[in-house]
Structure formats: structure tokens, C-alpha cells
Design a protein around this ligand. Structure first.
Ligand SMILES: [Zn+2]
Length: 415
């Protein structure tokens, strides 16, 4: 099983460490959204520099381009994109269900590629096969996103998600057993025993991969390949009885961890997370899928027992010139910043704030320079990563409630 140490708790909130084959994640933590094996506008070196601990790539997009076999031959996702740290993949379900002309059956989902219109199908089995080929440390089970927020649609989607979870678990185990059966059982056993004793930096390459010669770093010899883990996805929308039923079902399947899906707003999230995380076992990690654009999402998520988060929002907003400050988001394209020769944040230690002024960023955005998106993305991603890191520190120091009140009252004071 995926090793997860809890260092401290406060109510439902936890401070912990997830020990993945490619390194540790100190939780709570914000995971960078590397949808197509890249965080838009940022290099992996910049992601490390701004403090990111882990990335999450998207199976749907990687199946279409460059194809999972190519990533497999490159030595897996971490090698392919030169991240060399902890990696997640989501199942592709969310993106597929967001496409037009989706046909759903108990077997799976038929859809058309958004690139060339080709007819494709994804099933729980094919999602697991794709995720094993991509080779992230943590996979998400293939889930069904409801077509509306009505109770009946939510229940139908949840029940199908549960049926598909059973198939995901079976396929996940089948693939692992088949790889072990290819003569790698000793490597696998060694990996399990090492994992409990070795201390690994979040930024270190897979520690057994480091011991191999460069020419051996192909997927067929990737020593981490047998250590891939599966999270079940809790669904149920805004209905707490469905959320409770889904949490119970996912728990009964005994996965390595849990994703909490289908959450789009902080409204009611506290009650929903209270319901779900009171049912899920304490000793396994929980990932809140797709949340973190608004700082309040992260405070509520951590307070009510979530360990990791991911969201494309911070970098997406950055590319549009919408930048975080402790006093709320600003639009750097506004005329008021034309002659503002101060950094976005005086005390921010990101590369953007340490070196550039708002006037310079304003100029880059007004002239549509690529560097505008780079610098803005560095700052926004750093701001959110650092906010979650500070939540962790405040939980360790018994100052979480003070930090939360001070941060949120200042950030949202204009609302
Ligand atoms: Zn900054």
C-alpha cells in the first residue's frame, strides 16, 4: 500500500507525508496541474524553484497526444517531462464527460477526439492500462461525471462510478500481477521494504532509478514501475446522503487513497467534506480534485481533512493577467499599474516579485509578450503553493484558525 504518515491532526485536518516511489509529498500540498505533461508556460525547473512538490497530468490528453506508448518508452511520465518527483494522473473521465456527443453505457464511454474527431472509447480497464503505461505514482479510478446536478443524475453517476471502481481495482491488480509475473517480484519486494526506511527528497529522482545506468532508464527497466497506486473517486455532488454512500463504497474497496470529485464551489463544501472524511479511513491520503483557484477552497479543504489539491485555475488566470495578492486578485492590465514600480507582493520570494515591477508586467501584458505569461504563472502558482505550505505550518504551530481568519478577511475584504 501507499505509505502515508500522519504527523499531527486538528479536528479533521491533518499534517502528513505521502511517500511515493518518486519522493515524498509533505501535506497538505497543492499539486501542479500538468495537463499535457507540462504546467502551461512553466518549465519543470521553474516548478521546482517555486516550491511545487508534485504534478498531476491528464490521461485523456496524453492518450491523444503523444500517446501512452511513447511516454512508456520514454521511461514514464516523470522521466518524459523531467519532473523526477511525485506524479499523479487523473483518469480522463472529467475531460471526456465534458465533451459534446458522449455516449455512455455500463461498458464505458464513446466519444470523439477534440483534435481530429476520431471515434474513441474509454472503459475502466483502458483507463487503468493507459495510466499504467503513463506510469505516474498515483492513478485515479475512472469515474462518471453526472450530466446535471439533479439528484437522480447524481445518483446514477455515483452508482456507475462504483461499478467502474470495482473494474478499475480488478484491472489495476491484474496489470500489477502481470508485471510481477514477468520476473520482477524480487525488485518489487525490495521496493516495499526500502520505502519504509529511506528518506527521500521530493525533488530526487526515483531512488532506484538513480542507481541504474542511463541506458537502462527505459520503462521496461524502470524500477518504480511496479509501485503505482490507485485512488477511488468519491462522487455524489451536493447531496450528503449520496456522498456518505459513495464514501462507504469507496472505503469498502480498500484502495490506496481517495479522490473527492465533482466539487466546483466552496459553498457547502465544509459539510460535504465533514460527511465524506468522517467515513474515509484516517490512514489513507485524500485528494480534492480540481479545487484551489480560490484560496478559500484550500482553507476549507485542509480544515476538513483533505491532503492534496490540484487546479488549473492559478496558471490559467495568470495567463489572463489576473494575479493573486494578499489583498485579493488584481488585473495587471489595468491602467493604474502603468507607472507602478513596486513588485506584485513586497514579501513574495518568487522569481517574478524578486526581479520585476508591476509596471514591467503591465507592459509585457499590453504588448502580448510570452514572458508576461511565464512571470505571471510563476507568481500565481507560487502564491497558491505557498498558501498551502503556510496552512501546513499553521497546523503544526497550532495557529491555523488565526492564519485562516487573517488571510481570508484580508483577501476577501472587498467582497
Ligand atoms: Zn511573487
Amino acid at each position: 500500500m501507499l505509505k502515508f504518515d500522519i504527523i499531527k491532526t486538528e479536528g479533521l485536518a491533518r499534517v502528513g507525508v505521502i511517500h511515493t516511489p518518486h519522493g515524498d509529498i509533505k501535506t497538505p500540498a497543492f499539486v501542479g496541474a500538468a495537463t499535457r505533461a507540462t504546467v502551461k508556460a512553466l518549465t519543470m525547473q521553474e516548478m521546482r524553484g517555486l516550491g511545487s512538490q508534485a504534478i498531476l497530468a491528464n490521461t485523456y490528453h496524453l492518450i491523444l497526444r503523444p500517446g501512452t506508448e511513447l511516454i512508456k518508452s520514454a521511461g514514464g511520465l516523470a522521466n518524459f517531462c523531467s519532473w523526477h518527483g511525485p506524479t499523479f494522473t487523473d483518469s480522463g473521465g472529467f475531460q471526456i464527460f465534458s465533451l459534446p456527443d458522449v455516449s455512455i453505457s455500463e461498458h464505458g464511454v464513446k466519444f470523439k477526439s477534440h483534435i481530429d474527431g476520431a471515434s474513441l472509447e474509454m472503459t475502466p480497464e483502458s483507463s487503468m492500462q493507459a495510466q499504467w503505461a503513463i506510469g505516474a505514482d498515483i492513478h485515479m479510478a475512472f469515474d462518471h461525471l453526472a450530466k446535471s446536478d439533479s439528484y437522480d443524475d447524481m445518483k446514477e453517476a455515483m452508482l456507475r462510478t462504483h461499478a467502474w471502481l470495482d473494474r478499475c481495482v480488478t484491472e489495476h491488480e491484474r496489470i500489477r500481477e502481470s508485471l510481477i509475473g514477468k520476473g520482477d517480484r524480487n525488485t518489487f519486494s525490495k521496493g516495499i521494504s526500502e520505502r519504509g526506511s529511506a528518506r527521500v527528497s521530493a525533488l530526487a529522482p526515483c531512488r532506484r532509478a538513480r542507481a541504474t545506468r542511463p541506458e537502462e532508464k527505459v520503462f521496461g527497466q524502470d524500477p518504480c514501475r511496479l509501485e503505482q497506486y490507485l485512488y477511488a473517486i468519491v462522487q455524489g455532488g451536493t447531496f450528503n446522503d449520496l456522498r456518505a454512500e459513495s464514501a462507504e463504497y469507496c472505503k469498502s474497496n480498500d484502495p490506496d487513497g481517495f479522490g473527492i470529485g465533482g466539487v466546483f464551489t466552496a459553498d457547502g463544501m465544509d459539510e460535504m467534506l465533514k460527511t465524506v472524511n468522517s467515513i474515509l479511513p484516517d490512514d489513507k491520503p485524500r485528494h480534492l480534485l480540481g479545487m484551489g483557484q480560490e484560496p478559500v477552497d484550500l482553507f476549507i479543504g485542509a480544515e476538513y481533512g483533505c491532503d492534496t489539491f490540484d487546479c488549473v485555475g492559478p496558471t490559467r488566470m495568470a495567463r489572463n493577467g489576473s494575479l493573486y495578492t494578499k489583498d485579493g486578485r488584481i488585473n495587471i492590465k489595468n491602467a493604474q499599474y502603468t507607472h507602478d514600480f513596486t513588485p506584485l507582493e513586497d514579501d513574495c520570494d518568487c522569481e517574478c516579485c524578486k526581479n520585476y515591477t508591476k509596471a514591467y508586467l503591465h507592459h509585457l501584458f499590453k504588448t502580448n509578450e510570452i514572458t508576461a505569461k511565464v512571470l505571471a504563472s510563476i507568481h500565481n502558482e507560487h502564491f497558491i503553493v505557498k498558501t498551502v505550505d503556510n496552512i501546513r505550518e499553521s497546523l503544526l504551530n497550532d495557529t491555523f484558525q488565526d492564519y485562516k481568519t487573517a488571510f481570508l478577511s484580508r483577501y476577501y475584504k472587498s467582497l
